[in-house]
Design a protein around this ligand. Sequence first.
Ligand code: NAP
Length: 262
Amino acid sequence: MQFKSMTYAHRVLTLVAAIAVSLGLQSEARAGDSTATEPHTVLITGANRGLGLEFARQYKEAGWQVIGTARNPDTAQELAALDVRVVQLDVADQASVDRMAAELAGRPIDLLINNAGIFPRVGKIDEIDFDDYSRTLAVNTIGPVRVTRALLPNLREGKLKMIAGLSSNLGSIAENERGNFYGYRESKAALNMFTKTLAAELGSEGFICVVLTPGWVQTDMGGPNATLTPAESIAGMKAVLDRLTPADNGTFWSYNGSQMPW
Ligand SMILES: NC(=O)c1ccc[n+]([C@@H]2O[C@H](COP(=O)([O-])OP(=O)(O)OC[C@H]3O[C@@H](n4cnc5c(N)ncnc54)[C@H](OP(=O)(O)O)[C@@H]3O)[C@@H](O)[C@H]2O)c1
């Protein structure tokens, strides 16, 4: 008798689970939920070196399907060695963005990490080179906008619907006491504003759009004196992303788990 009732209970649970899946309730699964039946997919721009490469490594280790982009896939050996999919992408080139979107058409993407960026070191207004200034906005601000728009169909098909941009402490207007870094600061502050605007547009569809600051990290950009290793910074940012819920749509986070002032 007891055996029979357990079997019945098991059947009911199985039926409830099947109904939940058919209703799409599995989309409630959080990014860090290792019980998800299908591995999540992440696309990371600028994944051939620095923070992008470490994002690819850690998401691959966590069992995700990883798509890493590189301007020049032929020289992206470290990325290819992770056994991930490598796609050519220059975020400042609309033709390249279109080719990537065509190559990935129909492929759901759960998380987009707009990581690619450049950092001209300009201290004083007199030092600004306007070609470099425009290039910085083209890569750091317009690049993520181009990539996000091109991949929206893929993201809409994804379960997590997450879009994360690599911002910077230097992009925080509230924290800007020291000046310096013309072009870079503006490019990241504009990325922050884009993210907030996108969050307002896509929030009702269940999207979670955020910006992250990685801290000061030992990469080609950060230099050898930086305080964090890529492994430490990415572990912190990945932990933030793992915990996000729709209530966090339109927020700005530090790698250390605290929220940043805009
Ligand atoms: N490191 C830090 O301390 C720090 C601090 C705050 C924020 N960040 C941000 O974190 C992100 C990653 O920085 P990182 O330190 O890893 O920099 P990095 O070591 O200089 O790597 C930059 C990456 O971006 C790619 N990239 C540059 N221009 C591109 C373009 N037009 N199209 C596509 N990819 C392009 C590079 O590709 P190539 O190899 O082809 O050049 C490379 O993969 C950036 O957005 C940066 O602003 C870094």
